[in-house]
Design a protein around this ligand. Structure first.
Ligand code: FE2
Length: 432
């Protein structure tokens, strides 16, 4: 029965995925010798053994721990600063969801803290001693290093991206949407959780949603983002948002805003009003750097996703808010390639506008988007269709180093890099 149900789910999902892919100009299957290598769901390690562990920042000194067990288990995290000793504990909640014939495992959600900054904590989930995990909290002051990669999926390319990120010495991961590419086939959310766990259990992963997270099927499953919202609870409540699809957080002198490309963003929408209110709360003395992440890029010289409403419509609705607030960088995904623009406002180079960066080259099964508009627009500084990941090293209140690294290169190679000055430190732009 379970197998029949899974086959039915896959068949329905495949039909919708096929329809979806037909409209996705980015689809570019790899050659035969580079066959896709999606990890199959593996057996559970044990019915109450924690798996798919990932952590995310909550407020200024707390961490959310999420994990899944096959059967009921306490939603308790025990932790301390020495391995094997658990002097502190916290209890949270457990829930599950159903999607067609699929029923998720027990999804546990626990917030722990207060925690010391820049400190390694050891923890175990559900009082289960079979697995001990550890994470490092980010620093409370600059410098801080972010890893940035979107459109991850679960292929050999993804694995390569994760290996590079793992060795990069980052503090916080920023993911601008499109995580598992489960595309209705729910067990692939589980295999994605297992694939990223070695990283996501050790450093906070802060994500926003992409189109592959929607998973809405008219009539059959009309509610969007069921799996994403259940599995990747981000700290939206703490930033005054009423929806997991957009939120903000602050860490070590950086204010990060995660926007939702696939929920209403027009003037007057809840997201628009929340963004206005959140920007009004930003203090450039407390957080001299201001970053925004979206999924669909607002600027893009790849032929893929040209003029999509989620990108262009959102730009028209929200660009002035970001420009007036002197946002430093807008990161996007969606286009499976890398592109860095100069500082822009309303399509023109503008020294007080944000730098726009597309970093949707994490390595999913759809392959790379290789075709670009010709000639290259003057506002596009660097563009290349290779798998890779970005690194944003904020050195101090005024200077930061952005670099892009191809997976095919040696780790020390920076295929693209630029030193950026914060707009808050530029007297010509600073009017906060
Ligand atoms: Fe996408």
């Amino acid at each position: 029965m379970a197998i029949r149900g899974q086959l039915l789910t896959m068949a329905i999902g495949f039909a919708f995925t096929a329809a979806f892919l037909r409209s996705a100009v980015c689809f570019n299957p790899p050659p035969q010798h580079d066959a896709l290598d999606v990890l199959p769901p593996t057996n559970y390690l044990g019915s109450i053994s924690p798996q798919q562990v990932h952590i995310s920042l909550v407020g200024k000194d707390k961490m959310r721990i999420m994990w899944i067990t096959q059967h009921a288990s306490p939603a308790t995290v025990e932790y301390d600063t020495s391995a094997g000793t658990y002097g502190y504990s916290a209890t949270g909640s457990t829930y599950s969801y159903e999607y067609l014939m699929y029923k998720s495992g027990e999804i546990h959600d626990v917030v722990i803290g207060p925690l010391e900054p820049n400190t390694v904590y050891y923890y175990r989930c559900g009082s289960n001693s079979s697995r001990e995990f550890s994470f490092k909290t980010p620093p409370v002051q600059l410098p801080i290093t972010f890893a940035v990669a979107g459109d991850l999926g679960q292929t050999r390319w993804t694995k390569s991206t994760l290996q590079h990120i793992s060795r990069s010495g980052y503090d916080v991961m920023l993911l601008p949407g499109d995580l598992s590419y489960a595309d209705f086939n729910q067990p692939l959310w589980d295999s994605f959780g297992r694939l990223v766990e070695p990283l996501s259990s050790q450093r906070p992963w802060m994500v926003t949603q992409g189109n592959h997270e929607i998973e809405k099927i008219p009539v059959i499953h009309a509610h969007p983002f069921t799996s994403y919202n259940a599995r990747w609870h981000m700290p939206f409540e703490e930033s005054g948002s009423n929806y997991n699809l957009y939120y903000s957080f602050e860490v070590a002198g950086v204010h990060v805003i995660m926007l939702g490309s696939y929920t209403s963003f027009e003037a007057g929408s809840d997201q628009y009003k929340w963004l206005e209110a959140d920007l009004a709360k930003v203090s450039r003395e407390r957080t001299p750097w201001l970053l925004v992440l979206v999924h669909a890029p607002w600027y893009n010289s790849n032929t893929a996703h040209q003029g999509d409403y989620e990108g262009e419509g959102m730009r028209k609705a929200m660009e002035k808010l970001l420009f007036d607030a002197r946002v430093d960088i807008v990161f996007a995904g969606h286009v499976h390639a890398y592109e860095r623009f100069t500082r822009i406002y309303e399509g023109q180079a503008n020294a007080c506008g944000p730098v726009h960066i597309t970093i949707g080259d994490g390595g999913n099964r759809e392959g790379l988007c290789r075709r670009y508009l010709d000639p290259q627009p003057q506002i596009s500084v660097f563009r290349e269709a290779s798998f890779g990941r970005g690194q944003f090293q904020v050195v101090n209140a005024t200077h930061a180093l952005w670099s892009w690294h191809r997976n095919d290169d040696d780790e020390t190679v920076r295929a693209d890099m630029v030193w950026l000055s914060s707009l808050a430190s530029d007297p010509a732009c600073n009017r906060m």
